[in-house]
Each structure stands twice: as C-alpha cells, then as structure tokens.
Design a protein around this ligand. Structure first.
Ligand SMILES: [Zn+2]
Length: 193
C-alpha cells in the first residue's frame, strides 16, 4: 500500500516527525517541514507530520530551572554521553503519542557545541530518535538533521542534502545519493507502508 504526502508524492516508505518549538525559527517550522517533504518525497519516502507543540524555553529539572534557549550539545557525536541540556530537552514535553520509531525535532534559539554555534545537531539517546534545530538554521537544516537521525553522514556538493553547511545548498530540492537512500530505507525510523 502506498501513501501520499502533502506535496502529492506517492510513497512506499514513511518517516514520522513530532515537532517541538522552544524558539521562533527564522525559517518557519512548516516551511522546513514542506522542504523535508520535497527532499524525501522525490524518492518515495513520505515525511509525516505526527504532532506539533510549542514549549516554554526553560524547564524545572527538580534541582534547578534550566534554560533551553541555547542548548549545549557537547561534541555533537552519535556515541557521546548526553549533556545536561540534551537530557532535559529530549524528555521535554513528554513522549505521549511518540512511537519508538518516531523522530522528535526540537527548535531552540541556539545550538552550541564545543566548536561553536551549529545550525543543528542529531546526537540523541540511542532509544530516543531526535534532533535539535537552531532558530538560525537554513531552510534545509531540518531535512539534513533528520538525515543524520536516519543514519547519514556528510557528503560534498552544493546539490546534496547531506553537504555542510546547508546554507550553501543551491538545489531546490537537494538530492540524496543512491547509497544514502539504501541507508535511509534500512533505518528503523523509515517504515515500509
Ligand atoms: Zn550535518
């Protein structure tokens, strides 16, 4: 059975996103979502908007009021131990209605790593697929970070989704290589419909 996304793409594969906003992104959430539809939908992979929520930029952890406006993502690698802020963020807003194969995407004012500001970061607890997107990110940051959650690494070329920085991407929409598509389809977060 195939499904259809909001742009009319027919898909045999589905990726479910739950959007959580702690900041006001320069690129509106639904523009970023539409761009993600355009990237993945061209390969028969539909991005499904599963839920959306606006959240305050600070959270009471029980011992302190932690600001999540600027989120420290440490080294932003997949294997790292989560920072205090990542741990607080990925439990924030609860996981009601969020399946084990669903991806949570959080917009925050700033994403800060050991090396400076980032447009986004896909480092997450292994059992909780998630990514963080900066309010200063590009139109392609969401789709790019979701690509990382789906198992992709960086590539080169301004027409490619997984090139970096995404602000240099010139194609509308950018492409995903054949090898990367095989990786995406093998991800537990990419479900055959
Ligand atoms: Zn990246």
């Amino acid at each position: 059975m195939s499904v259809r996304d909001e742009l009319g793409n027919n898909c045999d594969w589905l990726v479910r996103l739950h959007l959580r906003s702690l900041g006001t992104p320069r690129v509106p959430e639904f523009t970023a979502l539409r761009n993600a539809h355009s990237v993945y939908g061209q390969y028969g992979i539909c991005i499904r908007f599963a839920s959306g929520m606006s959240l305050p930029g600070g959270v009471d952890t029980g011992t302190q009021c932690l600001s999540l406006a600027a989120v420290d993502v440490g080294s932003c690698t997949m294997a790292q131990t989560m920072t205090t802020q990542q741990s607080a963020l990925f439990g924030y807003g609860g996981r009601q209605g969020v399946g084990a194969q669903d991806i949570l995407c959080y917009w925050v004012d700033q994403v800060v790593s050991d090396g400076g500001a980032l447009a986004g970061c896909a480092s997450h607890p292994s059992a909780q697929p998630a990514c963080v997107v900066s309010a200063l990110g590009s139109p392609w940051t969401l789709a790019h970070e979701v690509g990382h959650v789906l198992g992709l690494r960086h590539t080169t070329g301004s027409t490619m989704l997984m090139s970096t920085p995404t602000s240099s991407i010139t194609a509308r929409p950018p492409s995903i290589s054949a090898a990367d598509l095989a990786t995406v389809r093998a991800s537990r977060c990419c479900v055959r419909c």
